[in-house]
Design a protein around this ligand. Structure first.
Ligand code: PLP
Length: 415
């Protein structure tokens, strides 16, 4: 017997069947169908309630369907949505002033997805390398860290060390160097050897997809200083770590590092539209001239209105402070759990991960399935790591309830 529907017009089983039948199989979702969401909670079509501890990979930091962001969306959608950049529009310049002042940069290049913003940063770095640094034509190098995740385009997966991301997508982009993460000496050694050809070092302040891998304190500052010494751009991919998630506006703020190029995406729209941004100085940004880069939707009026509202909500609701405080509570509470399945808890702010030690054949996936049954959604990244990153609007009481669900699920998985 099919359960009674509460949200929408099809049930969970049918929704999953349709995706499997008609959609490319490029994801392996947890068996949960979300039909409605608000704040830190989501509901399936049958009306069962869950806490969302993925937050769409930190895109919904402001909470699902934040009313102020949705109001901005609706108001703007009724007035003007898309003009293309062939013409000016009355929202873009205002937004550009707002977003550059917000993050302390001179100029912004607006794009849509995170991957597009990373691509933009790669192109911008190369342009700067040739036109300002004087690298000989077609010899510019971009340096990436092992274990990185920067998106899915061919240029980006050329820098990946994950076979799932690059296998059979070659031939790959040349001019890419990969060095160990969390090892400033690896950067120093590479730049000592080839620094005159290197345009940029592109790095995540915390490697999110790698399993919330937090580098040692001082890593970012050391890398920044090494880059300065060799006239190499320090580029931070803060698509996942940025915008209050780690208990600072930017994860680089933990070390007072101001990247030469800052890449943002995900939460810049509060999960409402694909909006991304590349921020930098005039000196660097103006290396790209009219007609040399762009996107039909990049900086569209609807995105400008939504991103402005989403960033305003972050400040008005003190989400940076919330993330820092609640993150400490989360890690302290998880550390109190005694389970043979828990190996380590790590993270900053509300970007956390628990490393699972497989036990009696049970691993991270089994824990996530059990948590889902108990009303808590999280997803394994790699085999043995579960990321816990709720929307930053979650209350302390809700957070404690979720830790209790986690504990209960660990016990049940082994029962
Ligand atoms: C998600 C992510 C991206 C890619 O963003 P998309 O919008 O999925 O293209 C890039 N960098 C980091 C660090 C990310 O977490």
């Amino acid at each position: 017997m099919a359960e009674k529907l509460v949200h929408g017009s099809i049930g969970s089983a049918e929704a999953m069947r349709l995706e499997g039948e008609y959609g490319a199989h490029n994801y392996h979702p947890l068996p949960i169908v979300i039909a409605k969401a608000e704040g830190a909670k989501v509901w399936d079509p049958e009306g069962k309630e869950y806490f969302d501890f993925l937050s769409a990979y930190s895109a919904v930091n402001q909470g699902h369907c934040h009313p102020r962001i949705i109001d901005a969306l609706i108001e703007q959608a009724k007035t003007l949505t898309l003009t293309s950049r062939a013409f000016y529009n009355n929202k873009l310049g205002e937004y550009e002033k707002f977003v550059t002042e917000y993050f302390g940069y001179e100029m912004v290049l607006p794009m849509n997805s995170g991957a597009e913003a990373v691509e933009t940063a790669m192109k911008l770095s190369r342009k700067w390398g040739y036109e300002k640094k004087g690298i000989p034509e077609n010899e510019a190098l971009l340096v990436f860290a092992e274990g990185n995740f920067h998106g899915r385009t061919i240029a980006i997966v050329s820098a990946s060390c994950d076979p799932d991301a690059y296998h059979n997508y070659g031939p790959f982009l040349p001019g890419i160097e990969k060095i160990a993460y969390n090892d400033p000496s690896a950067l120093e050694a590479l730049l000592a050897e080839k620094g005159d050809k290197v345009a940029a070092f592109i790095v995540e302040p915390i490697q999110g997809e790698a399993g919330v891998f937090v580098p040692d304190d001082g890593y970012l500052k050391k890398c920044y200083d090494i880059c300065k010494k060799h006239n190499v751009l320090f580029v931070a991919d803060e698509v996942q770590t940025g915008i209050a998630r780690t208990g600072r506006l930017l994860a680089c703020d933990w070390e007072d590092v101001h990247p030469d190029i800052l890449i943002l995406g995900k939460a810049i729209s509060g999960g409402v539209l694909p909006v991304s941004a590349v921020l930098s100085s005039k000196e660097i940004m103006l290396c790209i001239k009219p007609g040399e880069h762009g996107s039909t939707f990049g900086g569209f009026p609807l995105a400008c209105a939504v991103a402005t509202a989403a960033l305003t909500v972050i400040k008005d609701e003190n989400m940076v402070e919330r993330a820092e405080k609640l993150g400490k509570v989360f890690r302290a509470e998880v550390e109190k759990i005694h389970s043979p399945l828990i190996k380590q808890v790590r993270g900053k702010g509300l970007l956390n991960a628990v490393i699972i030690e497989p036990h009696n054949g049970k691993e991270a996936w089994d824990v996530c399935v059990k948590m889902k049954e108990n009303g808590l959604l999280a997803k394994p990244t790699h085999q043995h790591i579960i990321r816990f990153a709720p929307p930053l609007v979650i209350t302390e009481e809700e957070l404690l309830k979720c830790v209790a669900i986690f504990k209960k699920s660990l016990d049940e998985v082994l029962a």
